[in-house]
Ligand binder design. Structure first.
Ligand SMILES: [Zn+2]
Length: 157
């Protein structure tokens, strides 16, 4: 019998410790939470994506009265980015959430479906997409990309 241990390296920063690029993405993701349409969950999520051509695309969750018809902020963002700039690799993705009158304390991570969607573009781009998860006071940075948040991922067949 062999045992395999899967691990994920997450660097935890305060906002002031972040590089200027990461700070900008955090701010844009936080700003994008204000454009969420989340009347049902009242959980506003925003995302900001830096592309290899220097463009930054933002998005927010868009809910629907028929729940499965809505889309998370992360998928809104990566689908729009790929539609607008097909073939341009993704560099860094910041995610923030607002609930109950403030940004959430614990950094919000993408759901499983979004991790799978992000993985598609990470595979296409051929390098890790840095994931930046914003909490009220702490920011988690996953430099190893979405695969680090989706162990044993399904990425080819
Ligand atoms: Zn999601």
């Amino acid at each position: 019998m062999e045992e395999k241990i899967l691990s994920t390296k997450i660097r935890v920063y305060s906002y002031n410790e972040l590089t200027d690029t990461r700070k900008k993405l955090v701010e844009l993701a936080r700003e994008a939470t204000r454009r969420a349409y989340a009347p049902f969950s009242k959980f506003n999520v925003g995302a900001a994506l830096l592309l290899g051509n220097g463009e930054i695309v933002t998005g927010s969750n868009q809910e629907n009265v028929a729940f499965p018809s809505g889309t998370c902020a992360e998928r809104t963002t990566v689908f729009y980015a790929s539609s607008r700039y097909p073939g341009v690799p993704f560099e860094k993705l910041a995610i923030a959430a607002w609930h109950d009158g403030d940004f959430v304390e614990t950094p919000t991570a993408p759901c499983g479906a979004c991790r799978q969607a992000i993985l598609e573009y990470e595979t296409l781009g051929g390098k890790p997409i840095e994931i930046i998860l914003c909490g009220r006071n702490e920011v988690y940075v996953v430099e190893d990309g979405i695969k680090a948040l989706l162990p044993l991922c399904f990425d080819k067949f």
